[in-house]
Design a protein. Structure first.
Length: 256
């Protein structure tokens, strides 16, 4: 069964509660769960020995004590790196998580948005979710047309979001709105449940068109409370933020 968002606009924690905490770590994910978000988004890359791990950048240098490309490093090497100290010594000892560890951590507790950062990550991500039996609580994003089709060929039970970046290549900014509105038809045609788009490209016309087609609009990454409220009022399906505790306050205030 495809993932079913909760009623209203769902709040997604970008790389966990990554505003105040080291991204993509157990600490950030646990904090987001405790805050009461609807979903946690994490980034997935694959190590040299084929292990899907949480890492946004191609190189580990930015967010760990190690150096080198994820795809060139082995899992046992990456496990030894400190993934917290770059944000502050109080976070020393946090480490890089594997996808299997995250699935185990969130199983029955939290839905996950798995952002496949490379084509090589798509099949391992899909396979891991099937093996864990958590496809109802998963969406895979970071997907162009080929990625969505690859996931669907592996299992029709896995929910995908279409990222229209490939449609925007070479497009003038003035034409971007028309292209994004067209992307909802593309998403529908290839079997994605929604489009995953930068919040600056989302407006009421896009959401209205998506509603007509039966496609959700998932917007990222919104850290301004007023913009968050604006997108809620427009009826966006899902809003991703680095500061979920702040945005949950916006949700609670507007529900009173």
């Amino acid at each position: 069964m495809p993932y079913q968002p909760p009623p209203g606009t769902q709040v997604v924690a970008h790389r966990g509660n990554s505003g105040p905490l080291p991204e993509n770590t157990r600490l950030a994910i646990e904090s987001a769960i405790e805050a009461g978000v609807d979903m946690v988004e994490v980034d997935i890359r694959v190590t040299g020995d084929g292990v899907p791990v949480l890492m946004h950048s191609a190189a580990v240098d930015n967010t760990t004590s190690g150096a080198g490309l994820v795809e060139d490093l082995m899992w046992d090497e990456i496990q030894a790196f400190d993934a917290g100290s770059w944000r502050g010594e109080q976070f020393a000892g946090e480490r890089v998580l594997s996808l299997n560890e995250v699935l185990e951590l969130c199983l029955g507790r939290m839905a996950l948005n798995l952002d496949a950062k490379t084509p090589a990550a798509v099949t391992p991500v899909a396979a891991a979710t099937i093996e864990a039996g958590v496809t109802d609580d998963i969406v895979i994003t970071g997907c162009g047309v080929e990625c969505v089709q690859n996931v669907t060929s592996i299992s029709a039970s896995i929910t995908t979001l279409f990222n229209p970046d490939e449609l925007l290549e070479g497009i003038e900014p003035a034409e971007a709105g028309d292209v994004i509105r067209h992307s909802v038809e593309v998403a529908k045609e290839i079997g994605a449940v929604g489009i995953n788009v930068h919040h600056e490209l989302v407006d009421a016309d896009l959401i209205a068109r998506a509603n007509e087609v039966g496609i959700g609009v998932w917007a990222y990454t919104i850290d301004d409370e007023s913009r968050f409220a604006e997108l809620m009022d427009m009826g966006a399906t899902s809003l991703t933020t680095n500061w979920p505790t702040r945005m949950l306050e916006v949700v609670r205030e507007r529900s009173r």
